[in-house]
Design a protein around this ligand. Structure first.
Ligand SMILES: [Zn+2]
Length: 260
């Protein structure tokens, strides 16, 4: 029987199970991978319970994680663990689908598809002609060059490259602004697609920002940067942390609401 539980209510059991080993499950297409881990931390991030763990670069699991970004922790032993594992595969698929749904990024890449970039609703528009041009935004349209040589794959590549460039430029400039506002600066910033959060700050002063944040307006992007920068000082979500965020971003509560 499947039952939704409050993870934090079961924190003690989870952490006790972790001592003897739990399964970290990940899946990419038909490839399912489970590795046993006995290290990790349960906590709260962006008001959601999170489980943080480390996986060596050399592990097969690591490759799958980098690709899909979604994993599941299965707690239990023997037959029970096997059942949990099966349920988790469904959950992983579902989470990936939901995250994609939420982003406002292109799914079909077809002419007329509605997407969101920098908080603006846009329509993908194919422009046919002999002259090739790089995609650009005008009159609430993301215009893409198509010709008799164009394939759905080449359109997808053009649009993805445009969005990746835009994300990089916008996140870079919002991070610069956030550094000025907070007076805090990271050692390294990475922009990459992530599946379960908008940003991440790890203890070696390295910040990762989810490139998909480019669907939101610049205030939201700046807030995500400020949020992660404040973690350089407060590695938690304590009242002190939020007070620090508020100093640089007084309307962070409304922004968080917009990003839900
Ligand atoms: Zn946080």
């Amino acid at each position: 029987m499947k039952e939704k539980i409050d993870v934090l209510e079961h924190a003690t059991e989870i952490l006790q199970a972790l001592q003897s080993g739990v399964l970290l499950v990940t899946k990419d297409g038909a490839k399912v991978n489970a590795m046993t881990i006995s290290w990790g931390a349960l906590g709260i991030d962006w008001r959601h319970p999170v489980f943080k763990t480390f996986v060596r670069e050399s592990r097969f699991t690591r490759g799958l994680l980098d690709k899909t970004g979604v994993f599941n922790i299965a707690v239990g032993t023997g037959e029970q663990a096997k059942q949990v594992l099966e349920k988790n595969i469904a959950w992983i698929k579902n989470t990936q689908a939901k995250m994609l749904d939420r982003t406002g990024l292109p799914k079909t890449y077809s002419d007329g598809e509605k997407i969101m970039l920098l908080g603006e609703p846009l329509t993908i528009r194919y422009i046919s002609g002999n002259e090739f041009f790089k995609p650009f935004i005008e009159d609430r349209e993301l215009r893409v060059s198509v010709s008799s040589f164009t394939t759905p794959e080449s359109v997808r590549k053009q649009i993805d490259a445009f969005i990746a460039d835009l994300a990089f430029t916008e996140i870079q400039s919002c991070m610069k602004k956030a550094v000025e506002l907070t007076g805090l600066s990271p050692d390294k910033v990475t922009v990459k697609p992530m599946t379960s959060s908008w940003g991440r700050c790890i203890s070696n002063r390295h910040i990762s920002i989810n490139s998909k944040v480019v669907v939101f307006d610049r205030d939201c992007i700046t807030y995500v940067c400020i949020h992660e920068l404040c973690h350089l000082k407060e590695m938690n979500h304590s009242p002190q942390f939020w007070a620090l965020v508020e100093k640089s971003c007084p309307d962070y509560k409304a922004i968080k609401q917009r990003m839900k």
